[in-house]
Every structure is written in C-alpha cells, then in structure tokens.
Design a protein around this ligand. Structure first.
Ligand code: ASP
Ligand code: MG
Length: 410
C-alpha cells in the first residue's frame, strides 16, 4: 500500500466533533494499510482571530512576529487531531514545520518552500504511526518561523505529497469540488469531474478560492494529482491532473472572478525607454504584485496613459508610491479606482477554438457591461469591469458558453 497525503481545511476541523469525525476518516485509511500523512489547517476562524489580535495592538505588525503568532493556530489543531487518533487506538504523532524540516525562504508571511526533509516522516511510517503535520508553516535556514500565505496548508500538503512520492493528494474541504463558476452566484454552476493543472492554475489565480495557487504550481511541477473532496460527504470530488483529450472538448471550463482588484491609471506618462521600469520597480521592491498592465500608444509620440491593477489590499500603498514617482517623472495625473473587479473565462479548449474572446465581449456588451481592461493567455481571457456588475457578468458568461450543459462536468 502506498503513501496517502490528506489535507483537512479549517472548516473540517472547526470543532471537537469535527476533529473526531476527521480522526475516524484518517483511521479508516490507516487500517486499510496505508502510510498516512495528514496536513491540517488551523480551526476555522483562528488565523483571522490571530491576525486581528496583532493588528489591534500594532498598526503595521512586524512580519516576523506575525509568522510567530499566526503559525500557532495549526499547532492547536494538529495536537487535537493526534489526540483524537490515539483515542481511536491509532498511533499518531503531531509535527510542526520545524520538527520535520519544512525549509522555506525568508519572505515572512508569504514564504516559499525550498525543501522538505523526509527523514522524520519515514521514521514515523516505519513505526506505523500516522503523522499529523501542521500546514501553512515552515522554517528558514536561520531557524526563523515562516508561513506560506493565506491558504498555505494546501501547498504544504502538495509539497509533502511530492517529496513523499504519494500517488494522490486528497484535499478535504467544505465544498465537494471545483465548479464551473461560484455556485453562490449562479445556481446553474456544475461540478467539474476533472480539470487540468493549467486550468486549475488559472482558476486559482483568477479568484476561485478552492486551492492556493502555489499548491497547483507544485502539483503541476511534480505531477501530483489533487483530489478536492468534501469532508462530510463521500460523493463528488474534482481531480486536478494532466491534460487529456476529454478536457479539450470544452471550449471554456470555468468562469471566475476576483473582487480583490483595484486599478491605478497614470495619465500623461512620457513615452520613452525606462519609464515603465521607473514606475514598477519601486512597487516590486515593496512586494506589491501588479497584475494587468495596459499602456496606450501615444498619438504624438510623447505622452501615453498607463493603467494597471493591484490587489485592493495593496491599493493604498501602491497609490502613495505611484503618486510620488509620478511627481518625480512629471506625469499629468494619477487616478485610483478601487471599485473594479476581474471577470475571467478559462479553458484549454480555447487553444483550438477561434472567437472565444469576441463571444465574451459581445455577451457582456449585450447587458451593457463596459470592459475597462482586457488581458489574455493561451487558455484564459480576463476583463476588468465595474465591481457592481460582477455577479451579472458571471451569470451571463455561464449562459453564453453553455456551462450548464453536461460535458466534461458531471
Ligand atoms: N490557517 C491558514 C489560513 O487560514 C492556512 C490555511 O488554512 O491553509 O490561511
Ligand atoms: Mg483553504
């Protein structure tokens, strides 16, 4: 029997009852004869509570200390789950990131895993123990505690599955899979049975909240299939795996949206070499991720307008920086708009079908939605629109691309 990596999210371990329920699920796998590594998130709401506590004390808490505090949520849940397993007669051991050697770089609050030592885990498996691993956390070479960014336990789980050579990484959560769009917005949303790594990567980074984007990058790189399932029902599930010919039949597989976007426009930027670098370097130095960028052509060869998006969370910080640079390089004006959102369609079938983008634009225009910015890749088209039209936009596109009709989805 092979190694199984399971991950349980915060809502799956949100109470002692639920922890006992999860312990039974884990015990079942263990008794089948598998070596089981279970990655656990903090009990639901705990991470938020810790962040609130820190921010109540300090307006801009030190990132190093933030990681020391937020990593404690998982310390509680792993110990409780290990206790529950022992009460069921299953030998189990909770382990924190530093005890295993989940090595990360030193970017506090969004660290990246660089290596995982499998020695401790293999020793536990040899002793027939279930290992209950604290998700979300790691340790630097200088023994500093780090965390992997919100939702980081997914990445802990997939990375563990990769280094352990597990056949599958099971992600247990409060939804039974990945849907064609947010079921809370559109009642015609359907669960996808299977989705490719690339599509899941786009969906995750475009706003579908089921998996942390970084976890899908890992899964793709090391070819670890991810099965997203509900903790509390046996049916359903979505498998993220290598692309196959079935998946290409669907032109569009899913619609996603992201409300956590804001737009900044710089008017009258000089059209000459070095200006874009002058604007974007200070933003990246402050760890602000810029998403879409558009610059129009200057008709007179002198001045152009430049728009880009950042997360709403980074908006104020980005606007302050850009206003300062704009002053230094002499632009006409800087305008910020935090009330926008990004609406996207994703599908590997787009590669071989023409007219997908124009169908999206036409469908939005029919209901009077104005498109402010557009960006495309081989398998996605994203439009920035007014935030207040996002739900309407999702429903209109779901209908236009007939995602309610059975195809690759169940
Ligand atoms: N507890 C962390 C969070 O809430 C990590 C996770 O749940 O994956 O973001
Ligand atoms: Mg999560």
């Amino acid at each position: 029997m092979g190694i199984i990596v399971q991950k349980y999210g915060g809502t799956s371990v949100g109470s002692l009852e639920k922890i006992k329920f999860v312990a039974n699920k884990v015990a079942k796998r263990y008794h089948e004869g598998h070596d089981v590594a279970v990655v656990v998130s903090a009990m639901s709401g705990e991470t938020d509570k810790l962040i609130r506590l820190a921010k109540e004390l300090s307006p801009a808490p030190d990132p190093r200390e933030m990681d020391v505090i937020v990593s404690t949520g998982e310390q509680v849940s792993v110990a409780l789950l290990a206790m529950a397993l022992k009460d069921l007669g299953v030998p189990a051991r909770s382990l924190l990131g530093f005890q295993i050697g989940i090595r990360t770089d030193d970017t506090f609050m969004k660290a990246r895993i660089v290596d995982i030592d499998t020695k401790t885990l293999k020793k536990a498996f040899a002793a027939k123990e279930v290992v209950v691993v604290a998700g979300f956390q790691g340790i630097t070479d200088d023994m500093e505690i780090t965390t992997l960014g919100r939702g980081g336990s997914d990445t802990s789980a997939v990375a563990l599955a990769a280094v352990l050579g597990a056949e599958l990484c099971e992600i247990y959560t409060d939804v039974d899979g990945v849907y064609t769009c947010d079921p809370n917005i559109c009642d015609k949303a359907r669960r996808l049975k299977k989705i490719s790594y690339d599509e899941m990567l786009e969906m995750a980074s475009l706003g579908a909240k089921v998996l942390q984007t970084r976890s899908v990058e890992f899964a793709k790189k090391f070819n670890v299939p991810i099965l997203v399932k509900s903790t509390f029902t046996d049916e359903g599930g979505t498998l993220t795996t290598q692309e196959d010919s079935d998946m290409e039949k669907e032109v569009v597989s899913g619609i996603t949206y992201d409300k956590n976007e804001a737009k900044i426009t710089i008017l009258g930027v000089q059209d000459k070499p070095g200006v874009a670098a002058r604007i974007f370097t200070p933003l990246s130095e402050k760890n602000i991720n810029v998403d879409m960028i558009i610059q129009n052509v200057s008709t007179d060869g002198k001045l152009a307008d430049l728009s880009f998006t950042v997360t709403k969370t980074d908006f104020d910080k980005a606007l302050t920086i850009v206003k300062q640079i704009a002053g230094e390089i002499g632009c006409r004006d800087v305008v910020g708009d935090p009330s926008i959102a990004k609406l996207s369609i994703v599908g590997v079938g787009m590669r071989s079908h023409a007219g997908v983008a124009s169908k999206m634009f036409a469908s939005l225009s029919k209901v009077g939605i104005n498109i402010q910015m557009i960006s495309t890749s081989e398998i996605k088209v994203s439009c920035v629109i007014d935030e207040k039209f996002i739900e309407l936009g999702v429903r209109v596109l779901h209908e236009a691309f007939e995602l309610d009709k059975p195809g690759a989805a169940v």
